[in-house]
Design a protein around this ligand. Structure first.
Ligand code: SF4
Length: 203
């Protein structure tokens, strides 16, 4: 439990953006993708040195807000960057936090399935960013391979159930218009996704 993990920042007392109740958002550094309009490039572009912290040190920051988190059925959300690059941190936090706290992850799912499987019992809900289901648009926008994310999405729904997965599909100027956004939703619905969040991404 003395492993250290690269923490970009920790956002306390968040409401309405990262899941139910009052939540602490733990931003991890590092991401396998390079989205054109990344909302948090400082997690991977070297402009901010991450702080190396143990799970216990991270949880000591979360514990401060324990009464508010528990009173609102809130919890911890891991974001980034790509939090599923650090499965051991998520599992260690699960093992030391109150069982009533929910653990959510904001992820592209563009990671090894091994990492997803390893954390599946620790995470209650996933917010999955699928920028587009057209492989060329996905590649052009993220620099990554769509198949990896979609294969993992199918396996995740089988493993955790469709209710545990919310897929976020942004409208992105110059890449994804409303028509493409709706095409993506229909495509993913046919794959078994049942919960969506469609929104306009402000570049
Ligand atoms: S997946 Fe998220 S953190 Fe990674 S490059 Fe894209 S927007 Fe940025």
């Amino acid at each position: 439990m003395n492993n250290k993990y690269p923490i970009h920042s920790i956002g306390r007392l968040r409401m309405g953006t990262d899941g139910e109740g009052i939540r602490t958002l733990v931003f991890l550094s590092g991401c396998p993708l390079r989205c054109k309009y990344c909302f948090n490039p400082a997690t991977w572009d070297g402009s901010k040195e991450p702080k190396m912290m143990t799970a216990e040190e991270v949880y000591s920051k979360i514990r401060i807000d324990r009464p508010y988190i528990l009173a609102t059925n809130g919890g911890i959300t891991f974001g980034g960057g790509e939090p599923l690059s650090y499965p051991d941190l998520i599992n260690e936090i699960r093992s030391i936090c109150e069982p009533e706290m929910t653990i959510y992850a904001e992820t592209s799912l563009n990671v090894s399935w091994v990492n997803i499987e390893k954390t599946a019992d620790s995470i209650d809900k996933y917010y999955v960013d699928i920028k587009a289901t057209d492989p060329e648009i996905y590649k052009a926008y993220t620099g990554g391979t769509l198949d990896i994310a979609l294969d993992n999405l199918v396996k995740l729904i089988q493993r955790k159930g469709a209710d545990s997965v919310v897929v976020r599909i942004p409208e992105i100027e110059g890449f994804v218009d409303v028509e493409k956004q709706e095409e993506s939703r229909d495509f993913l619905h046919n794959m078994g996704v049942r919960r969506f969040n469609l929104f306009k991404y402000k570049v």
